[in-house]
Ligand binder design. Structure first.
Ligand code: CA
Ligand code: CA
Length: 192
């Protein structure tokens, strides 16, 4: 993974310094890279880049800490030489444990034309921050609803079936996706 740090020079004259990148904690064992002699024009900015091999790093939040040192000419303010940004490793997809349809207390996946059908998706791990979509097609594959968003957090969609025909068969396909892009899909057939 490539990390880009933007260094700002608040002084009027050009300055040079070393930029070190750490993860989790600021110590030698967690040093990603040090770019020496990064120069920044007066009252300007410069980008400096480090490559980070995240192989083997555990899941979870890993702060990236960027520190400037050895600045020349000597600085008037060394309290603003560090910045931190959280980086999250997430290799675990959400798992859809169940997809249901219902009209009130009726949950047999067969409903009267004109009903508003609630499609409800359940996630096994209670992972937060998921987004979900639902796509509904006819038995022949014609799209009826395409990638409609599920309500955030409770993952349902209310489908108004006004204008459909009795006897129609549909397939409901739902997807839940986490912020890292891992996803799971599941569905069920439904009849009017
Ligand atoms: Ca995940
Ligand atoms: Ca029914």
């Amino acid at each position: 993974m490539q990390i880009t740090a933007t260094i700002q020079n608040q002084g009027q004259t050009a300055a040079t310094g070393d930029v070190s990148f750490y993860y989790d904690v600021q110590d030698a064992g967690n040093l990603i890279a040090t770019n020496t002699g990064v120069s920044v024009v007066g009252s300007g900015g410069a980008n400096t880049v480090a490559n980070w091999d995240t192989t083997g790093l555990g899941e979870g939040t890993h702060p990236i800490i960027v520190v400037i040192s050895n600045v020349t000419p000597a600085e008037s303010n060394t309290t603003n030489n560090e910045a931190t940004k959280d980086f999250v490793i997430d290799n675990t997809p959400p798992i859809i444990s169940n997809v249901t349809s219902s009209v009130g207390g009726d949950t047999d996946n067969s409903y009267v034309v004109g009903s508003t059908v609630r499609i409800h998706v359940f996630e096994q791990n209670n992972e937060t921050g998921l987004t979900g979509t639902v796509t509904i097609t006819t038995d022949g594959g014609a799209p009826v609803v395409t990638d409609a968003p599920l309500l955030a957090g409770s993952y349902y969609y209310d489908w108004n079936t006004v204008g459909r025909s009795a006897g129609e068969v549909f397939f409901i396909e739902t997807t839940l996706r986490d912020v890292a892009g891992n996803e799971d899909s599941d569905g069920l057939p439904m009849t009017l």
